[in-house]
Design a binder for this molecule. Structure first.
Ligand code: GDP
Length: 387
């Protein structure tokens, strides 16, 4: 997607996360000079499959898997330094050269063991009530000793990432800003309170990388050909079993970090059109089309029925989000494998009709279609080209 006009590109999830951003970033990193993570923390996980090998990355941008691409962790990331070094050491063991290619913003906040302790306590209502009478104590001396130990490795990576990125943008470098989670988990625009604690949408990319919003040239929204969500919260198009179980198995819909089964639903054009608006999506990447290969009839949600009316915009009200009844349009499935397709014309005509309807409803052109976990299982124009 990089061209003379597109030098700074944001990749965001346009559903509830796990859309396959890692794969798209990996593909696009081929043409990038820099890949920057701008929000989230160690709880986010991308899985990238290269040949027979799989890499799960939590904090390090997946661009690290491309030799020569430089990677930065922006100020918007809440950095767990202990996990960072476990991740670095793992990559080095797997033969990935990290030395001199990874920068950490000197403004990033650190997550330390006592933060986790507090959060674990507050998971239980009783503990939350008794919080200030908890028998657990933070050992300051131990925390300082830990920071001194980690500091020896962390400080050499520390940089003014905002300044470095500003210079990179000015010099015309191809910069990829890598989002974590998804737009519907955005603290302001998502399905609050079932959200994350940061702005996952493209506005957060400028803030979290320390660059200006006007530096961003394009925003690629990644969506699955269906919908998934982890944990509680509204999911209007949620499927019933046995179909949900079938899609979960076919799509391997289990969390990369926690192994938690993901809830599955039909593609929700109301949600993605909303994501297109709040992110300013210029392009869409549809992943996991292959997962629907065996499904006979495929639904797309085109609106919500609520209190006797049809709504085409995603509501802010949580009660409405929970109670809306999706209005579906049913399309024929293609019932043939797509994993070997490498050009849009090679896709079965029913799959093309499904994608056409999707881009029409979302009002955003589809630039990439992913048909498998592997790096080369992708259909797209201008794949990661440097000009
Ligand atoms: P991310 O955080 O958005 O990168 O998503 P995850 O890594 O949690 O989940 C995406 C999973 O889907 C990974 O295991 C990918 O390898 C896999 N994946 C990505 N694209 C495709 C695709 O087109 N088809 C299939 N079957 N799997 C895919």
């Amino acid at each position: 997607m990089f061209s003379s006009n597109t030098r700074t590109l944001v990749v965001v999830g346009a559903q509830w996360g796990d859309e396959g951003k890692g794969k798209l970033v990996d593909v696009l990193a081929e043409g990038a000079d820099w890949v920057v993570r701008y929000q989230g923390g160690a709880n986010a996980g991308h899985t990238v499959h290269i040949g027979d090998r799989s890499f799960v990355l939590h904090q390090i941008p997946s661009g690290i898997l491309h030799p020569g691409v430089r990677c930065a962790i922006g100020n918007g990331v809440v950095l767990d330094p202990d996990t960072l070094f476990t991740e670095i050491d793992g990559l080095v063991r797997d033969g990935v050269d990290v030395e001199g290619r990874l920068y950490v913003s000197d403004r990033a906040h650190l997550v330390l063991p006592y933060h986790k302790l507090v959060e674990q306590g507050a998971a239980h209502a009783e503990a939350q009530l008794n919080r200030f009478r908890s028998s657990k104590r933070v050992n300051c001396a131990e925390t300082i000793a830990m920071l001194e130990r980690l500091g020896e490795r962390l400080l050499p990576l520390a940089e003014d990432v905002g300044l470095v990125m500003h210079r990179a943008v000015r010099s015309g470098a191809a910069v990829l800003l890598e989002g974590a989670q998804g737009s519907l988990l955005d603290i302001d625009h998502g399905t609050y309170p079932f959200v994350t604690s940061s702005n996952t949408t493209s506005g957060g990319a400028a803030v979290g990388a320390g660059i200006a919003p006007t530096d961003i040239d394009a925003v690629l929204g990644v969506v699955k050909a269906y919908t998934t969500r982890v944990g509680a919260g509204p999911l209007p198009t949620e499927m019933d079993d046995p179909l949900a179980g079938q899609i979960r198995t076919l799509g391997n819909e289990f969390g990369a970090t926690t192994g938690r089964p993901r809830r599955c639903g039909w593609f929700d054009a109301v949600v993605v059109r909303y994501a297109a608006r709040i992110n300013g999506l210029t392009d869409l990447a549809v992943t996991k089309l292959d997962v629907l290969d065996t499904i006979e009839k495929i639904a797309i949600c085109i609106g919500y029925e609520y209190e006797g009316e049809l709504h085409e915009e995603f509501p802010a009200d949580l009660t409405a989000q929970e109670r809306v009844v999706p209005r579906y349009e049913w399309l024929d499935g293609w019932r043939e494998p797509t994993a070997d397709c490498r050009h849009i014309d090679e896709l079965p005509s029913a799959a093309r009709r499904y994608l056409d309807r999707m881009q029409e409803l979302v009002e955003t052109p589809i630039t990439y279609v992913s048909v498998g976990t592997k790096r080369d299982q992708i259909i797209g124009k201008g794949l990661g080209t440097r000009d």
